[in-house]
Design a binder for this molecule. Structure first.
Ligand SMILES: [Zn+2]
Length: 335
């Protein structure tokens, strides 16, 4: 058996590895969770107890009815926002099973690792489906998986590590993350609309009392968040349309055409599932979750249709661009 890949990393370079300090972000992240929940609570307080709650005591039946509808709708959006947020924080984004490898058997995996150590061949680095080995985990990683420096492990279909959710966003919590962004944006837009009259009253000196400054501040928050979240959601909409993660989007040299792009409908279903009833819920059915994992780990067909080839299973002769250049050194140690 060869020396473990990357074992030659010197102690000096370990000290220079700035990513080890990323773990401190987790501590900061816990403060962010409280901050997010406090912001949601602040916006809800300004709209429901301070603005529309008192209207329920009105003698005008239409005002009472209208206020009740507003409160119900806004409470539902807030509840969905909090559910999606907590799901993103709590869900495991996708773990690589122990001893996983993309080859037909363990012997083949060992042989490939040996070949990798001796730099006797290389793969087309633009192809994300190539067999990849994580130096830090000392293990093979599935296609689209990346090593998260904050959580210290490889994450399936990793998108990014997000300080707002103190978690890595990946295969199994990307949907919850997008729904959190969506409901937060919807809540902020709705909040801005509902506080519009109060804002006009504020600038005309008609809104008085201790709640006036809070309503003003919340309106500014709603405006700023609605705008930034809309931009963020639009960016992720483009990524979903192309079936691309944020990390993949920033890769300098990408394969064209992108092998995971199956058309908008199937790309969308790969994130939100095939069950329309669950599209707006931050959860997957058992079958959907199993299918997602199988797609990533290469043990089954992609949602919506069969894969053209067993991408995750490398059995020697393969349809993927395996380049054998005995005289050419391995291009990089980051496979
Ligand atoms: Zn790793």
């Amino acid at each position: 058996m060869s020396q473990p890949y990357g074992a030659s990393l010197s102690s000096t370079s370990k000290w220079l590895n700035i990513f080890q300090y990323c773990r401190f972000l987790r501590i900061l992240g816990h403060v962010m969770v409280l901050l997010v929940l406090a912001l949601v609570g602040l916006i809800y307080t300004a709209i429901v107890p301070l603005t529309f709650g008192p209207m329920l005591l009105s003698k005008n039946v239409f005002v009472v009815l209208g206020s009740a509808i507003v409160i119900m709708v806004f409470t539902a959006v807030t509840a969905m926002c909090i559910w999606s947020y907590l799901a993103t924080v709590a869900l495991d984004p996708g773990r690589v099973p122990p001893d996983w490898h993309p080859f037909t058997d363990d012997q083949h995996a060992r042989a490939e690792l040996e070949r990798l150590s001796y730099s006797s061949h290389y793969f087309d680095r633009r192809d994300p489906r190539r067999p990849r080995f994580c130096k830090r985990c000392q293990a093979w990683k599935p296609e689209r998986a990346h090593h998260c420096s904050v959580t210290g492990r490889c994450v399936l279909k990793m998108d990014h590590w997000c300080i707002w959710v103190v978690n890595c966003v990946g295969l199994l919590n990307y949907k919850a993350f997008l729904l959190f962004i969506f409901y937060a944006m919807l809540g902020c837009m709705l909040g801005l609309l509902l506080l519009l009259k109060s804002m006009i009253d504020f600038f005309n000196n008609k809104l008085r009392g201790p709640s006036a400054p809070l309503i003003f501040v919340v309106s500014i928050f709603c405006f700023a968040f609605a705008l930034s979240l809309a931009g963020f959601l639009a960016m992720h909409g483009q990524l979903i349309a192309a079936n691309c993660t944020t990390i993949e989007m920033y890769e300098k040299d990408r394969l064209h055409p992108w092998p995971y792009n199956k058309g908008f409908r199937r790309n969308f279903e790969e994130v939100f599932g095939r069950n329309k009833l669950r599209w707006l819920l931050p959860m997957y059915g058992k079958d959907e979750k199993r299918q997602l994992l199988e797609t990533c780990l290469g043990k089954g067909p992609a949602p919506g249709a069969g894969r053209p080839q067993a991408v995750g299973q490398w059995g020697g002769a393969t349809a993927l661009p395996l380049l054998s250049h005995p005289a050419t050194p391995f291009l990089s140690n980051s496979v």
